[in-house]
Design a protein around this ligand. Structure first.
Ligand SMILES: [Zn+2]
Length: 291
């Protein structure tokens, strides 16, 4: 039967309708013949280049269904050309711990990875994956993994970070990433010197995105790091550390952002084609009340 017709039939069947069928039905297609297997893989992961785990988030959260998704991942990696799977899109759902290293080992061609805001993933699991991905070019990760990326991934041209960037991480970014062209750090909490340190190491940036970044004293960075449990830059950092909740909030618990060293930053960023900033203290609806 024609491949496209077979894929269409499987799309209309129960293959991806989790919760109403047994695992035996979902794995039946792969046992029939190779043409059925390839059609089933195209239903699970339609693009040969994008390993998109997001549509399978609910299945990954259920033990019995998780095994089926992992099985299809294994088969896709084994049966598709080794050059496929250059992009990995994570769901917000946490995967089983062993799955991270498993996925990383089998995707050596990965060039792009995007960790979504709100993803429940431990930093140690990200660190376990990074050494397998020396071909990465475009990354969206927590800033706390920047040292690992700097050690193992020398081809990165786009670095999109979230979280807190103190002097150590800033120095790591400055001293590594020789091909870096686009540095995006919106909503990051920076030490007073972090941006200046990063710009000293990267004088040929094309893009710098610092919208809604806030500066704090270096001594506060570890505290923010320690409490940074989620990957949602807006709610986890800004609202948690800088803004009291409701009228009864204890204001002494909350931080106030420091002033930027505008002159120094503008001087060091003068050659950047696209320097994105917000109005900060004076003209930004998201930041002005945090100073
Ligand atoms: Zn802002």
């Amino acid at each position: 039967m024609d491949h496209e017709i077979l894929v269409n039939i499987m799309k209309r069947s129960s293959l991806l309708q989790w919760g109403c069928r047994t695992g035996a039905i979902k794995t039946g297609a792969i046992k029939t013949c190779k043409s059925w297997l390839m059609a089933a893989l195209d239903v699970f992961f339609p693009s040969p280049n994008i390993f998109d785990l997001r549509p399978h988030a609910h299945a990954l959260a259920t033990k019995s269904h998780r095994k089926i998704v992992i099985l299809y991942m294994t088969l896709a990696i084994d049966f598709r050309p080794p050059t496929s799977g250059t992009q990995l899109l994570f769901p917000k759902t946490r995967l089983p711990r062993k799955a991270y290293r498993f996925v990383a080992k089998r995707l050596p061609s990965l060039t792009r990875i995007n960790l979504p805001a709100g993803a429940k993933i431990r930093v140690e699991n990200l660190r376990a994956m990074v050494p397998y991905w020396s071909n990465l070019e475009h990354v969206r990760f927590p800033a706390s993994v920047a040292d690992s990326l700097g050690t193992h991934c020398k081809k990165i041209h786009t670095l999109y970070l979230f979280g807190a960037i103190g002097n150590y991480i800033a120095s790591t970014i400055a001293e590594n990433f020789p091909l870096l062209e686009h540095l995006r750090i919106p909503y990051c909490i920076l030490s007073n010197d972090a941006l200046s340190i990063m710009l000293d190491g990267h004088k040929s940036l094309i893009t710098l995105d610092t919208r809604h970044c806030l500066c704090v004293d270096e001594v506060l960075i570890p505290r923010i790091f320690r409490n940074y449990q989620h990957c949602n830059p807006k709610t986890a950092v800004h609202r948690r550390f800088f803004k009291p909740r409701g009228k009864e909030g204890n204001h002494r618990r909350y931080l106030k952002a420091n002033e930027w060293n505008e002159d120094e930053i503008l001087r060091k960023a003068a050659g950047i084609n696209k320097f994105l900033q917000c109005g900060r203290k004076n003209d930004c609806s998201e930041c002005s009340d945090l100073y």
